[in-house]
Design a protein around this ligand. Structure first.
Ligand SMILES: *Cc1c(COP(=O)(O)O)cnc(C)c1O
Length: 346
């Protein structure tokens, strides 16, 4: 085992661009994107707008910047954002809604990262000067901490009706939207049409090295563009990295089905190992969470034991570990990972 390549299941962000993607990047036509003069970025933005059925899109350096520029563009300081208590914007973006937009968050509970229109209705603040103003709803799809779960379009449509009745905007954190589309057989625009702004990420399952995008109306993208500059995300000859994102959109979308099958295979096998439990129904895409019986140690202990044996996962709670499948993990790697976990438990 010692000299075998570790199987890295920590995240789908760990993929490295292979030769063909690097070649596309090396050959990218570039210009100064702050002057809107980078032809490769422009091509990527048009492609994303088209994919999501929106008027315009903008390339940004990270998924956090995509979410935060969209939030800033649609809120005022003192506003409240309605979202799920397990959402990325709350846990993993360094408190940015408060720091960059002056907004508080109204956190809704719910299984697998979901909430419904009724919960939104009860969370709305009355129009009274005592209260923060509810102005934006943020949904995450797929839902990372929920287990890579996919939202139903009907649930989103119901929430949209409440938003429209009360003049709220909606943002979709679609870092893994294309995983949801492949799993559910929906087109990206089928989801996107319910949202004012939509973000997608190229450096997760799609396997590009850098970048995300926000799509919306032309008018709103102009505002996002302003905040991208303010937050320090204006890029110059960014076409070099945008070419990786374009390559990923053209070549790495349909293959997400392989990642989903690998995650299902891994989850099914691990669930049969005594001491490990997995909610198999929630394994819809490329993420799985596994609860560890305390007799096997804590989540961090167990993760570090696996790590030494050549399977890299991360502990996300005291008795919980997470595995994520991706472009650089083959079905053979998954078979090997299952064997290693079995041996580690025994
Ligand atoms: C990764 C991720 C993001 C963006 O994270 P960055 O590290 O800033 O690229 C946003 N939302 C979700 C759901 C994510 O998983």
């Amino acid at each position: 085992m010692r000299n075998m390549r570790p199987i890295d299941l920590r995240s789908d962000t760990v993929t490295k661009p292979a030769a063909a993607m690097r070649e596309a990047m090396a050959n990218a036509e570039v210009g100064d994107d702050v002057f809107a003069g980078d032809p490769t970025i422009n091509r990527l933005q048009e492609k994303v707008a088209q994919l999501l059925g929106k008027e315009a899109a903008i390339y940004v350096p990270s998924g956090s910047m995509a979410n935060q520029t969209a939030i800033r563009a649609q809120t005022q300081p003192g506003d409240e954002i309605i979202t799920h208590e397990d959402n990325h914007i709350y846990h993993y973006e360094a408190g940015a809604p408060a720091a960059l937009s002056g907004c508080s968050l109204k956190l809704l509970p719910g299984k697998h990262g979901f909430f419904d229109a009724e919960a939104v209705r009860s969370a709305l603040r009355p129009a009274d000067s005592h209260f923060p103003q509810s102005s934006l709803i943020v949904i995450e799809n797929t839902h990372n901490r929920g287990g890579g779960t996919c939202w139903s379009i009907d649930a989103i449509a119901d929430i949209r009706r409440v938003a429209d009745e009360h003049g709220l905007k909606m943002h979709l954190d679609g870092a893994r939207l294309l995983n949801a589309c492949i799993a559910k057989g929906h087109k990206p625009a089928d989801y996107a049409k319910y949202f004012d702004t939509v973000s997608i990420c190229f450096s997760k399952g799609l396997g590009a090295p850098v970048g995300s995008a926000v799509a919306s109306t032309k008018e709103k993208i102009k505002r996002v563009h302003r905040f991208r500059k303010m937050f320090g995300g204006g890029m110059r000859q960014g076409g070099i990295i945008a070419a990786g994102a374009l390559y990923a959109l053209e070549n790495h979308v349909d293959r997400l089905a392989t990642d989903h099958a690998n995650a299902k295979k891994l989850a099914t096998a691990l669930a049969e190992i005594p001491g490990l439990s997995i909610d198999l129904g929630s394994v819809e895409t490329n993420i799985l969470y596994c609860d560890i019986d305390p007799r096997l140690g804590t989540g961090p202990d167990f993760a570090s034991k696996l790590n030494e044996a050549g399977v890299w996962m991360i502990a996300t709670a005291p008795q919980r570990i997470r595995a994520v499948t991706h472009l650089d993990v083959s079905t053979e790697d998954i078979d090997r990972a299952i064997e290693i976990v079995r041996k580690s438990v025994a």
